[in-house]
Design a protein around this ligand. Structure first.
Ligand code: SF4
Length: 344
């Protein structure tokens, strides 16, 4: 079976105050890091139909990222995550020529005040320019990330970001709510966040607006034109195998999960690999199939498993069974965490 290949690039220009991903602002080891990832890739068996280079900020290492793309397999879907403040036409063209055919921009908002509050390095104008440059460089499969429930955000400001998205016409949008994680500078700070009611209004507006653009909600946080869903991310939700390369990368080989340590120095020494190995038994696999698979709006094939939980959740109008599939209702999408809790 074809697998997914994920590569974690743990470097960023600057640390955003809400971020708890593993990344360093010292990029002096980027070349050695790319060498180590290429070595790890060459030690693998099997074939890969999707590649996803995420981070961190992959585009913050410029030419080293191009060198990495050249060494990785020319997968049918090959995504690079990009920060709009770290790309130019030359880099985008080089990435395209090196095999990348999908680009995912961490735009987050088209409102400069919101971007500043998030500590992002780019402006709304740079985000717009980046999408246009990507298209000029030959990328048709362009995704834009939009962040919800962020400081200063209102229904009106989201509407403006959505209008800009409609103008730029990406084929895919990911819309995630800001989660304030412990240990980040945002944690414990008084922030001008939208109220819970406003947050819900914002989410419904995003759903309605993107669907009206023809971007179908295929997963709780992801919208795409038909056929442009992210095949790599779908592997995570449908328990297909994927291998993660690099510091802090996670892998699932179909029966076992493991991860590399979030430590570039150890990674460069060949240490801290395949840690936290966990065999996923039949019962756990079934639970994962439910709480991950139900994130997809098309649901999962249903054969009568977990009858009590399913009866309760269908009774509450959160799940429905149709054509042999179990899936979230509209209300279930809003209250998805209540559903997932039943299966975790
Ligand atoms: S650019 Fe992305 S990975 Fe880097 S610090 Fe900001 S949110 Fe985190």
């Amino acid at each position: 079976m074809n697998k997914g290949l994920y590569v974690h690039i743990p470097f960023c220009l600057r640390k955003c105050p809400y971020c708890d991903f593993y990344s360093l602002t010292d990029r002096s080891t980027a070349a050695a890091y790319v060498d180590a990832v290429i070595d790890e890739y060459r030690s693998l068996d099997g074939s890969f139909d999707t590649v996803f280079i995420g981070g961190g900020t992959p585009t913050s290492i410029g030419g080293e990222l191009v060198r990495l793309c050249e060494a990785l397999p020319k997968a049918e879907e090959f995504t690079v995550e990009a920060n709009p403040g770290t790309v130019d036409l030359e880099l985008l063209k080089s990435l395209r020529e090196a095999g990348a055919n999908r680009i995912s921009f961490g735009v987050q908002s088209f409102d400069d005040r919101e971007l500043r509050a998030l500590g992002r390095i780019h402006s709304a104008a740079q985000a717009e320019e980046a999408v246009l440059l990507a298209r000029r460089a030959g990328f048709e499969n362009i995704s834009v990330d939009l962040m919800l429930a962020i400081p200063y955000q209102t229904v009106g400001s989201v509407k403006k970001s959505l209008d800009k998205i409609r103008e730029l016409a990406p084929v895919h949008v990911s819309a995630y709510s800001l989660i304030i994680e412990e240990g980040t500078p945002f944690y414990g700070k008084r922030l001008p966040l939208p109220s819970e009611d406003e947050e819900r209004e914002i989410y419904w507006l995003v759903q309605r607006f993107l669907e009206a653009m023809g971007l179908k909600q295929y997963e709780i946080s992801n919208f795409a034109l038909a056929g442009m869903e992210c095949r790599h991310n779908i592997k995570y939700w449908t328990l297909e195998p994927y291998i993660g390369l690099g510091a802090a990368a996670h892998s699932y080989n179909g029966g076992r999960r493991y991860s590399n340590a979030p430590d570039v120095a150890a990674y460069l020494l060949g240490e801290g690999r395949e840690l936290d190995s966990e065999i996923i038994t039949g019962e756990e696999q079934l639970r994962e199939k439910f709480w991950l698979g139900l994130r997809m709006t098309g649901g999962i094939p249903y054969g009568g498993e977990f009858p009590e939980a399913v009866e309760k959740l269908t009774g509450q109008g959160l799940l429905e069974i149709a054509d042999g599939r179990l899936r979230l209702t509209r209300r279930g999408i809003d209250l998805a965490n209540l559903v997932f809790m039943e299966f975790v």
